[in-house]
Ligand binder design. Sequence first.
Ligand code: HEC
Length: 99
Amino acid sequence: MKRVDCLVALVILCVSPSAAPAIDVAPPGAAGCSGCHPVSRAVETPFTRLVGRNATEIVTAVQEFRTGQRPGTVMDRIAKGFTDDEIKAIAAWYAAQKE
Ligand code: HEC
């Protein structure tokens, strides 16, 4: 199985109703986002919080940064470093996190 297929399978498994309510293990690359978009409220940040946000919204925003439809100072460059499947896995993980 390709790595991307594994990720997709992992997300499907984790978001299916029979699985545990939250995705505990951060997918690859998520740490690259959480430095600027922290999971914990206790961490001060000037950046938008992604925890609990709709996963589709996060994916759409990142895709728009990548294509230049949405202007960004850093996100346009960061978005180019991730595949759609990676972003989907990261978005699903953020959406499932509790503050
Ligand atoms: C270096 C800090 C930094 C990193 C790392 C980073 N972001 Fe961002 N993010 C920003 C900034 C700053 C913005 C505001 C847009 C801009 O200026 O580029 C933003 C905006 C966003 C938005 C739009 C939020 C909104 O409601 O407008 C999303 C979604 C997002 N980031 C997702 C991610 C994801 C997913 C990752 C990891 C792949 C990530 N970010 C990594 C700094 C960062």
